[in-house]
Each structure stands twice: as C-alpha cells, then as structure tokens.
Design a protein around this ligand. Structure first.
Ligand SMILES: Cc1ncc(COP(=O)(O)O)c(C=O)c1O
Length: 474
C-alpha cells in the first residue's frame, strides 16, 4: 500500500502553477488557497505567527458539492426521496463554522447539552430556520440535563429530533407536553459487521440491537405524542473502500425496510457520519460512485418491501469542515543535531494543535507557504515544546516530508485540520508547556463579490495563560 502523501516529495522546486489539490496551488513560488496568497499574510507582517486560518468559503463549497452529487444521482436513477444534508457539529462547534453551515440551510446534528444552547442561540438569531431538523445524538437518559434541555428546546423549535440509543431514553420525550419526531440508532458502529447477527453482537456502546429496535419502535408507536421518523445507521469512520462501506451498511438498509413496513411513519434513512475526506494529497474515494451504490441499494430494498423510498440524510462532520482549517507556523531554526534528517523547529506545537497526529498517527497535508520555487530536502518537524512526541510526520509514519532548504523567513502550513483538531485540543485553557493559543484569522468571501473579508480573533496573552492556571490568586 502506498503511504499517505503529505506534501511535496521531491528535492526539486515545485513547478509554477502546480495544483496540489482543488484548493491549493503554487504561483510564483508562493502557495495560494484559491486566490489568496498565503505567504503574503505572513510575510507582510499583518498577522503574527503562529496563525490559525479559518477559510469559510470551503465549507460552503463542500456542502454544495455533496448536494450536487446527490441531486445528480437521484435524477439519474429516478430516486423518489429527498437528500437531507446535516452538519455533525462535533467536528467543529466554533460560532463562525456552525453559522456558516446553518446559513447554507443544512440540518444540524449534535451530541450534548451545550449543543442545545448553541441551537437555541441560532434559533433566536433567526439563523436556524424553522424547517431544519435538530438531530440530537449522544446519550440522554431520563433525568439528564441533556434530555431536559432537548425537551425545552422543543418549546421553541418544532423540528427537534432526538435519536434513541437506549430504551430508557424514550421516557423524557413520551412524558413531554409537546409532540416529538424521534429516530432510532442501530447498533453497528465499530466492528466490521456485515450481517444483522454480527451487528447485534458487535462491541459497541452506541445504538440498539435488533430486538431493542423493535421494542423501541413499539414503545414509540404506543406513545400518543411520538412519531417514529428516522432510522440512523452509522457504521464507521473514514471507510475508504466503498465495497466495505456498502457491505457494512447493507444490513441496516434491510432492517429499515422491515421496520418501515411495520411503522410506515418512518421516512428518513440516515447513514450517519464517517464519510471519508482528503486529509492528505493521495485521497482516492469516489463520492458519486458511493452515493450511486447507496441509493440504488435503498431503492432495491424499498422495492422488495414495497415501501416508499426514504429521504436520505447524511451527518457530515469531517467532510464539511476538514478543509476550511489551516494552521501556519514559522520555521524558527533548522537544526542538524547529527540526526538522520535535519530538524525544522516551528514556533508552536504539533501535538497540541493537532492531537490526532500525536494520539492516532493521523496524517495532514504540510506545505511551505513560500520558497516553493527553490530546492527542497527531506526533513522532520519539531514543535517548540520540550516533548519528544511533538514531531511530524507522526510516529510511526512512512510518509516523507520535504520542505525548502532555504529557511530564511520560511513559513509552513498544516492543511485539512479543520475537523476535530481544535475541539480535541480545546479552545482557551492552558496547553502543554504553557504555549499560548495562536491568533485566528477568519476569511470569507466579500459579500460584494469582490475579494475577501478578514477578521482577527485574538489568541491568548501570557496573562491569559497565567490567570487560567490560577496565578492571579494571591
Ligand atoms: C452520530 C454521529 N454522527 C456524525 C458523526 C460525524 O462523523 P464524521 O465527522 O466522520 O462525518 C459522528 C462522529 O463521531 C457521530 O458519532
């Protein structure tokens, strides 16, 4: 198997106009994100290093792209249901990110009680539209703050849709004064289950086995204020092989067919999150081919069970926000130290900025912002912390990292880090080796259609870090 390609892999300069992927391109030795000269942001001195980049147009683009794929395939195969795009907000809950997704008119998926407060804020600001579902995943036993908060949100928003993961979760909604559409989550995540029996037996804390699903559906049908609307069948994360993806999801589609025959109020098949995304440069997953296989399979099952073709929902977390996030660092020094490869030390931390790289050996794209028209050499990156794990490529990795030999005013960017990394590393607080958080630069298309808007969100000062650790107390 080929290794993840994380950047330029040659000693020669990158040719002018080289396109790394559909948003990163080289022009005159500098890296551009769409039309934005990334080197200029740093070299002009307008923004301090390190800098976190939040580029909102890519979020809109990704949503539009997936909608176009579904529309195209539905048209091609004559699919009767609708496509419902939901943003899985756990991937990145920053205000500007969630606002951007809601402004695109997507449905909103969440996992815990503070998420409800966020939905309420957007509802009151008129950003969460009345007809958008708020899909409440996550554990919500009777009496939990989350369950109570979901019930209260229903007073303001009709389309609140709790997903039942456990039989005990039905009670707070059945007892509520309002009506609720509800969903059921199938137990299947984790193991490579490709039959109903394997799904039922898999080692997963999520969802209900088939007996539980039938029982829950009956309890919901017996509750006068509840309507069974959605069936959720998330089977894993980043499954790059669409044969494997289809094998795992097929038993859930079959089960949907049987359940819908008995409970015809069901009309949404939700395949959950887990859609693979390009975090490196050799990503090879054909979204259209997958969507075609998924919808064709659903059509066949519906024909077999003589039920209507459902609306199909995807809960796109990583897919929505991976690419809009980047993080820039300056190379503060190149140090040979008698190591097999020279160390390029950056003015920030890899392990705290991208925890998945450290904890899961996840790869991200790393490219220089300038000096792309000069010779490269293979290097290793070191963070500014004193932690031996603060390195990149991650341990272990077969992916070579090449960067320019000339380190004079050299800036580099980590790309495709917009999903989960900031949420896992935490926002605010104090970080490893007391490194302050970087400033953030939020870039969006100018509403006039000409150029961009720039908004800086300040990072942490030394005083912020000290206060956070209690040093303001006498
Ligand atoms: C229920 C549910 N939906 C959606 C997602 C989002 O997954 P992804 O970010 O892979 O799209 C997750 C991720 O864990 C999830 O648990």
């Amino acid at each position: 198997m080929t290794h993840p390609i994380i950047g330029w892999e040659q000693k020669t300069a990158v040719p002018n106009n080289h396109q790394f992927n559909d948003y990163l391109q080289v022009k005159n030795g500098r890296l551009h994100l769409h039309n934005l000269d990334l080197a200029e942001l740093m070299l002009s001195g307008a923004y301090p290093s390190p800098l976190e980049l939040i580029y909102l147009p890519l979020i809109r683009q990704r949503i539009s792209k997936m909608r176009a794929i579904f529309a195209d395939v539905m048209d091609e195969i004559g699919y009767q249901g609708a496509f419902l795009y939901a943003y899985a907000s756990k991937a990145n809950v920053a205000e500007e990110v969630v606002r951007t997704t809601l402004e695109m008119g997507v449905h909103h998926e969440m996992s815990s009680t503070v998420d409800i407060d966020i939905a309420r804020l957007f509802k009151r600001r008129g950003v969460l539209a009345d007809d958008k579902y708020v899909i409440c995943n996550g554990f919500k036993p009777d009496g939990s703050v989350y369950a109570d908060n979901i019930v209260r949100l229903r007073e303001e928003h009709e389309k609140v849709l709790p997903i039942i993961e456990d039989l005990t979760e039905i009670t707070p909604f059945a007892r509520a004064e309002h009506t609720f559409e509800v969903g059921l989550r199938q137990k299947s995540y984790g193991d490579n289950a490709t039959t109903l029996a394997e799904m039922d037996a898999c080692n997963s804390r999520f969802g209900l086995n088939s007996d539980g699903l039938w029982q829950a559906a009956k309890t919901i049908a017996d509750a006068p204020n509840l309507t069974l609307t959605l069936y959720h069948a998330m089977v894993g994360s980043q499954i790059m092989d669409d044969d494997v993806f289809m094998d795992r999801i097929a038993p859930g589609i079959e089960f949907y067919g049987r359940l819908c025959q008995q409970h015809p109020t069901l009309h949404i098949f939700d395949f959950g999150g887990g859609m693979p995304v390009p975090m490196t440069l050799n990503f090879d997953f054909d979204y259209r081919a997958f969507v075609r296989r998924l919808l064709t399979k659903i059509q066949a099952v519906c024909a077999h069970y003589d039920i209507p073709e459902p609306d199909v929902m995807g809960e796109f977390g990583r897919y929505t926000v991976t690419e809009h996030g980047a993080h820039f660092f300056k190379i503060v020094t190149a140090k040979d130290n008698g190591s097999p490869l020279p160390w390029y030390l950056i003015d920030g931390s890899i392990m705290t900025s991208f925890p998945d790289s450290w904890a899961l050996s996840e790869h991200f794209i790393v490219l220089p912002l300038n000096h792309l028209d000069k010779p490269f050499r293979q290097v290793q990156l070191g963070g500014i912390t004193c932690d031996s794990d603060d390195v990149y490529p991650p341990k272990p990795s077969n992916s070579p990292l090449f960067l320019p030999v000339d380190v004079d005013d050299l800036y580099i960017g980590f790309f495709a880090i917009g999903a989960y990394q900031e949420m896992l590393g935490g926002v605010g607080g104090s970080k490893h080796c007391v490194l302050p958080e970087a400033n953030e630069l939020v870039i969006d298309d100018n509403p006039s259609g000409d150029g961009y808007t720039f908004q800086t969100l300040p990072g942490q000062t030394h005083t912020d870090v000290l206060r956070n650790l209690g040093y303001h107390r006498a």
